[in-house]
Design a binder for this molecule. Structure first.
Ligand code: HEM
Length: 222
């Protein structure tokens, strides 16, 4: 079994859970749900992208982290949806997002975040059908690679396929992908709204936010 096949097999159940449970695709989701979703995605990607940019040797695999960051697109969408600069700086970051420190853990993590650009095309089509005007002004994240989506994914899987195939390294890639999916599920499905928290939130959100911050550490950007 190739590394890609193992990744698919091991993370498949997490993918199916996310697909089934995302609030974004439930009936009645609207612009606010969309903004909340993007805010939470930012909170998950920001700490990971920072960690990925510091992983020694990742660029030598041929993958450019810089060309694959998602935070600028997420910020552009959030601004287009009306978030202010102050609200953006208050978006909570996920305190338990994976922190890749070497090439195998970085590749496992990237498998999840890069793979999401494939499913993103399906999600984007559905969102466009439901709220065309909103997507017209805010679809940078879901269309991040545009016509290059397939080519970027093939480039990523080629790098995965070129790894030496050492069993310990492969296990580390798969483990990191599982941890990333699990963390994303916990953050997106089980956690309170990031955008409402950034806006001061309602009483319940404020309490939950305090509790979350106390448990997981304050957001890095205050
Ligand atoms: C944050 C949520 C999501 C993440 C992290 C994610 C992750 C992934 C990953 C890693 C892959 C690559 C699988 C592989 O080929 O090895 C993938 C593919 C795919 N995802 Fe998702 N996904 C997410 C949400 C969704 C949703 C909500 C849908 C559909 C409603 C979806 C539909 C798909 C489809 C159709 C593919 C396969 C595309 C193809 O083979 O061309 N995904 N996703």
């Amino acid at each position: 079994m190739t590394l890609l096949e193992r990744l698919r097999e091991r993370t498949g159940p997490w993918h199916r859970r996310l697909e089934a449970e995302l609030s974004l695709l439930t009936p009645g989701s609207d612009e606010h749900v969309y903004a909340r979703y993007l805010g939470k995605l930012w909170g998950f990607h920001a700490p990971i992208e920072q960690a990925l940019s510091l992983v020694t040797g990742l660029e030598r695999t041929g993958l450019s982290v810089e060309r694959r960051v998602k935070c600028p697109a997420l910020v552009a969408d959030l601004v287009a949806l009306g978030l202010t600069r102050v609200e953006l700086t208050r978006l909570p970051r996920c305190g338990f997002a994976p922190q890749p420190t070497d090439v195998p853990s970085a590749l496992g993590c990237m498998y999840v975040l890069e793979g999401a650009t494939l499913g993103g095309q399906v999600v984007c089509r559905e969102l466009r059908r439901r709220m065309p005007r909103v997507l017209e002004r805010a679809s940078s994240y879901f269309t991040i690679y545009g016509a290059e989506t397939g080519a970027r994914w093939r480039e990523f899987t080629r790098v995965l396929g070129e790894r030496p195939g050492d069993a310990r390294e492969e296990a580390a890639v798969v483990e990191a992908a599982c941890v990333t999916f699990q963390g994303l599920h916990r953050w997106l499905v089980e956690r309170p709204s990031a955008v409402r928290a950034a806006r001061g939130g309602d009483a319940r959100d404020a309490v939950v936010r305090e509790a979350v911050l106390a448990r997981e550490g304050a957001p890095l950007d205050g």
